[in-house]
Ligand binder design. Structure first.
Ligand code: NAG
Ligand code: NAG
Ligand code: NAG
Ligand code: NAG
Ligand code: NAG
Ligand code: NAG
Length: 502
């Protein structure tokens, strides 16, 4: 269908503008590359075989924290009971580490280490709460509260709650009060260095900092998880994925004070399906490249999401000075309401209280597709901003930037609050190339809409409103794809976006 469409589109263009064959040819190459992003759509995210826990229910060994002396009164220290219960559960085959329903367990920062025996189930039906005083936090664990590591084939489930009691941590954050020192705070739930993990049904709330981190893991499937923290709680990312591969998040409802979902360094094959986000900062790739680090994120798909009252929608953010790349991203079937920056690529991300200096750096964002996005009453609907700066100090003007190319916006419609419906503010030294708009229709209720371009090249087809002629008003004869770029493009098309049946 797409192919047929492309062929007829080519025919139509050639008939209309026979002479500019070169340009048309290059546009076609470009379009095809972008279309090909989903050539292998049918392929599954490969998850290591996740064992079936339900089939042998009868033979489960229940390890109840209450049997190890936990009080579950929300006041007594149940840390030791949890640690002792874990030792037994972990070393026993087919065991269920049980946190029973209807009770509140106060537990200090703890590492629940594997490897464990086969078919471990962590059944959380009750509420686990963290001690709320940062001053008494165990200095051995500055960044974790409940961390599970080195597990293979484990299932986390239950209707229980993991509550970080974060309010004093938030108040002591330097984001809240500039006189506070900037320090990291614990993550409520961490799954680290694990594989073949399933997490279903839990609620994670009021974390000290990030709510749920999946780090250095492979084959993780998260479903029906809820995350909740106040809109003004600092750095409380909902689900944060780092150095992990083959992760599926589905049917998650997230409302928090930072990104609902953030995907950072060395993550690949991340699939998100049916996600609700709000309040929060949206769904982000990045930030990448802080403190001159390298960040690589490839093959990310978000399919079917509703974002409401968030500051951003779909965002790619990189710090200056970093290197690495973001490649092969598809955000589709997204509905947004009352969102400030629904679609944003921000190459100068900086949330440090000090002004961010120009730090050089390299890297690129390439092969990103935003499609079937409906927006209502949003500000800055489509934005690429290489001059972005939300630092309280004035930002210096930047010379280095991450290169942005092959970005397709297709079937994007709705209403905008800002007159500048599309803004492609690219750097003069590293222009954006191959920005493709197809069937974009953005209206403002009371007034006209416009497109701003600086050093941005690309083209539109189908309806494009407001007109994006400024993308092609460049002196250059055709959209440039030099030999080197052609090779790269060919290469990047092999980075297939994978899909999973959800
Ligand atoms: C838990 O932390 C408190 C301080 O907040 C401490 O007094 C207590 O000993 C810790 N419990 C364990 C089992 O380490
Ligand atoms: C910030 O912290 C300082 C020192 O703890 C305190 O005196 C001040 O009242 C705080 N400011 C706000 C706005 O909370
Ligand atoms: C990025 O990931 C790589 C590979 O896992 C790791 O070696 C490196 O330390 C990570 N960088 C940062 C800044 O976390
Ligand atoms: C990053 O690199 C730049 C240029 O080499 C250097 O000036 C800067 O201090 C580095 N920043 C950090 C945080 O290492
Ligand atoms: C365009 O996107 C909307 C959702 O925003 C969807 O309902 C519609 O089917 C899409 N149209 C096409 C042709 O894909
Ligand atoms: C930086 O450059 C942009 C684009 O040329 C320009 O709009 C902006 O005013 C400049 N800012 C400063 C502080 O020079």
């Amino acid at each position: 269908m797409d192919k047929f469409f492309l062929v007829s589109f080519l025919g139509m263009l050639i008939t209309a503008h026979g002479v500019v064959g070169n340009m048309i040819y290059d546009q076609m190459v470009m379009l095809e590359e972008l279309e090909n992003l989903d050539i292998e759509e049918e392929k599954e995210v490969e998850l290591s075989p996740i064992p079936s826990w339900t089939s042998e229910r009868g033979s489960k060994v229940l390890v109840n924290v209450d049997s190890f002396g936990a009080f579950g009164d929300g006041v007594s220290d149940d840390t030791q009971a949890f640690r002792n219960a874990w030792k037994i559960a972990c070393s026993t085959e087919k065991s269920v580490f049980l946190v029973p329903e209807g009770r509140r367990y106060l537990v200090n920062a703890t590492r629940f280490n594997g490897p464990c025996s086969d078919r471990l189930v962590i059944q959380i039906d009750g509420t686990i709460i963290a001690p709320d005083e940062p001053k008494n936090w165990d200095p051995k664990f500055p960044r974790i509260w409940l961390e599970f590591s080195k597990l293979t084939g484990a299932l986390f489930q239950g209707g229980g709650v993991i509550d970080g009691s974060g309010s004093k941590w938030w108040a002591s954050s330097c984001k809240k009060n500039k006189t506070n020192p900037c320090r990291g705070a614990p993550t409520a739930l961490t799954i680290d260095s694990s594989s073949a993990i399933k997490v279903t049904g839990l609620t994670i709330q009021n974390s000290q900092q990030m709510n749920f981190v999946i780090g250095r893991s492979d084959s993780v499937r998260v479903s029906g998880v809820q995350v909740s923290a106040p809109e003004d709680s600092p750095n409380t990312d909902g689900i944060h994925i780092s150095e992990s591969t083959n992760v599926v998040l589905q049917d998650c409802k997230i409302g928090t004070g930072d990104d609902c979902i953030s995907i950072v360094n060395a993550s690949s094959n991340i699939k998100m399906k049916r996600i609700y986000c709000g309040p929060g900062h949206g769904v982000s790739i990045g930030s990448l490249g802080k403190d001159n680090s390298t960040g690589l994120v490839t093959k990310v798909v978000l399919d079917t999401a509703f974002l409401k009252e968030t500051t951003n929608g779909l965002r790619i953010k990189t710090w200056q000075g970093g290197s690495g790349y973001v490649r092969g991203v598809r955000f589709q079937n997204v509905m947004m309401e009352d969102v400030s920056n629904p679609i944003i690529i921000d190459q100068f991300y900086c949330d440090s209280p000090k002004a961010c200096q120009n730090q050089g750096g390299s890297g690129y964002v390439r092969g990103v597709r935003f499609q079937n996005v409906m927006m209502e009453d949003v500000s800055n609907p489509i934005i690429i901003d290489q001059f972005y700066c939300d630092s309280p100090k004035a930002c210096q003007n930047q010379t280095a930037a991450v290169k942005i190319s092959q970005i397709l916006y297709r079937n994007i419609s709705g209403t905008t609050k800002s007159a500048e419906a599309m803004k492609f503010a690219c750097s003069d030294t590293v222009p954006c190339s191959n920005i493709v708009l197809s069937n974009v229709n953005l209206e403002k209720k009371d007034g006209t809409v416009e497109t701003y371009c600086n050093s941005a090249e690309g083209f539109g087809y189908g309806i494009v409103h407001p007109s994006a002629d400024c993308l092609s008003s460049h002196d250059k004869e055709y959209i440039f794809i030099n030999e080197e770029e052609k090779a790269e493009v060919a290469d990047s098309s092999r980075v297939d976006i994978v899909n999973t049946e959800l």
